[in-house]
Structures are given as structure tokens and as C-alpha cells.
Design a protein around this ligand. Structure first.
Ligand SMILES: NC(=O)C1=CN([C@@H]2O[C@H](COP(=O)(O)OP(=O)(O)OC[C@H]3O[C@@H](n4cnc5c(N)ncnc54)[C@H](O)[C@@H]3O)[C@@H](O)[C@H]2O)[C@@H](O)CC1
Ligand SMILES: [K+]
Length: 224
């Protein structure tokens, strides 16, 4: 975990940083996902050392994958772990699907999201959407964010609070209000604009071990 950098990026630029790290430096996406889950879990324990029950709410992309990795680590650390999926998960693929299967092999069930399933949690983890959010939340997705925001427990958001536009900081339908956001590889412009600061809460950053040379290949969109 390193200090907050000054560079700010758009979502497409962070995806470009991911791509360069994977393709030009041979860091598998699954390794980045493992490091993301591990970094976020370490920060969860540091912020809420007394937490005994963690509930991870997952979407259907790689942000969910980060959540599955965190859930597995929490389970291995002896915490009570509840994993909820808002969609039927049929769209899961690649690294995220592999992470979900590892979690299930470790004995943690993935259940459909339901408000009643949030109770008893000490901390909620927002693994619904990250930089792949590309349209306003609607239906069950929006309802889930509203239930999360109405719940009494603190929220740790993975990479960016779900519903927050990574480039503009606008709320796309609804956005998670997190106590802590652990963001990966690049700080997003939107975290510091409009609703960004309120939705992110405290921001912590992890470069996921991406070599400094990778960052020289993408011109930041701004500086904080
Ligand atoms: N190798 C990588 O690319 C890495 C990605 N990481 C994680 O992956 C995230 C990006 O993952 P993805 O690009 O898979 O996307 P997300 O996981 O952010 O979004 C999941 C999917 O939701 C769908 N979606 C978008 N807006 C929606 C809406 N309003 N309603 C319903 N569905 C919607 C899209 O089809 C998208 O693919 C990052 O934020 C980060 O958390 C990290 O693990 C670092 C490594
Ligand atoms: K998120």
C-alpha cells in the first residue's frame, strides 16, 4: 500500500494501464485480481480490526472478482463470510469466474442478493461495479445500492463506489456511499469531482505492483 499519488486517470486510461501491465509486462490479470483482493482485505482488517462477519456484494465483472478474492481471504482468516450476487452470475467469465469457483471450492456459498441477508454483517464490501460501469443503474442493481446505503454497517468500496462515474464523479442512478474506498492501479478523476468525495469516504491506493514504467506510457488526465 503506497501513499496517494497525484496523478488522476479516466476509466479508459486505467483499463489501458491494466492492459499494458498484462500484455507488455506479463502480469496475469488473475494476479492483479488476487493482489487487489489481498490489498483490500488488509485494509479492511486495519480499519475494522473487530469485524467478525464480512458480507461481500458482487456484480458480474472483474470488480466482483476482486470481491470473491477478498471473501476467500476473509474465510481463510476465520471470519464469517456472506457472499451475495445481485445478478444470476451467468455472465461471470475469465478471472472473475475462476475466483468465484475457488471461493465455492473453499466452502463459501454465493447467494442471491436479498436485503435480509445483509443483517449480522459488521462490514459490507461493495464489489458490484468498478471501472466497467457504463450506464445508469436500474432495477435490481439500483435497488441493491439503495439497500446498501440504508444499511447501518460501514461499507468498503472496491476500486470505486458502485454507481459513481469514474470520469465525472456524477451519480449514475444511485451510488454507494462508502466509509473507505480502496482503489487500484490509478486514482480515478471522478473520485475527486461532484459526488466523488462523499461516495468514496477515505481513499486508499494500491499500485498492485504494476511497474513504474507502465505509468510512463499513459498521460494522466489530471492531478489532485
Ligand atoms: N485485469 C483487470 O482488468 C483488473 C481489473 N480489476 C477490477 O476490475 C474492474 C473492472 O472490471 P470490468 O471491466 O469487468 O467491469 P465491472 O466489474 O466494473 O462491471 C461489471 C460489468 O457490469 C456491466 N455493467 C456496466 N454498467 C452496468 C449497469 N448500469 N447495470 C448493469 N450492468 C452493468 C458491464 O457489462 C461490466 O462488464 C476494476 O474496477 C477493478 O475492480 C482489478 O482486479 C485489477 C485488475
Ligand atoms: K465497487
Amino acid at each position: 500500500m503506497t501513499e496517494l499519488p497525484r496523478q488522476l486517470y479516466r476509466a479508459d486510461q486505467v483499463r489501458e494501464l491494466d492492459r499494458i501491465a498484462i500484455e507488455a509486462y506479463g502480469i496475469p490479470g488473475a494476479v492483479l485480481m488476487e493482489r487487489a483482493g489481498r490489498a483490500a482485505f488488509a485494509r479492511l482488517r486495519a480499519r475494522w480490526p473487530g469485524a467478525r462477519h464480512v458480507t461481500v456484494i458482487c456484480g458480474v465483472g472483474n470488480n466482483a472478482g476482486d470481491g470473491f478474492v477478498l471473501a476467500c481471504l476473509a474465510h481463510e482468516a476465520g471470519l464469517t463470510v456472506t457472499v451475495l450476487q445481485v445478478d444470476d452470475g451467468a455472465r461471470l467469465r475469465g478471472d472473475a469466474l475462476a475466483a468465484q469457483r475457488r471461493l465455492q471450492a473453499a466452502g463459501v456459498a454465493v447467494q442471491p442478493f436479498a436485503p435480509a441477508r445483509l443483517q449480522d454483517a459488521d462490514v459490507l464490501v461493495d464489489a458490484l461495479f468498478g471501472t466497467g460501469l457504463d450506464r445508469p443503474l436500474a432495477g435490481a442493481w439500483r435497488a441493491a445500492v439503495e439497500v446498501i446505503n440504508a444499511a447501518p454497517m460501514p461499507v468498503l468500496a472496491l476500486d470505486i463506489p458502485s454507481g459513481l462515474h469514474a470520469d465525472t464523479g456524477t451519480v449514475l442512478g444511485a451510488a454507494v456511499r462508502a466509509a473507505l474506498t480502496v482503489t487500484f492501479i490509478g486514482l480515478k478523476l471522478g473520485m475527486f469531482l461532484e459526488a466523488g468525495p462523499v461516495c468514496c469516504g477515505e481513499i486508499l491506493y494500491d499500485d498492485l505492483g504494476v511497474p513504474a514504467a507502465v505509468f510512463e506510457r499513459v498521460q494522466p488526465a489530471g492531478f489532485r
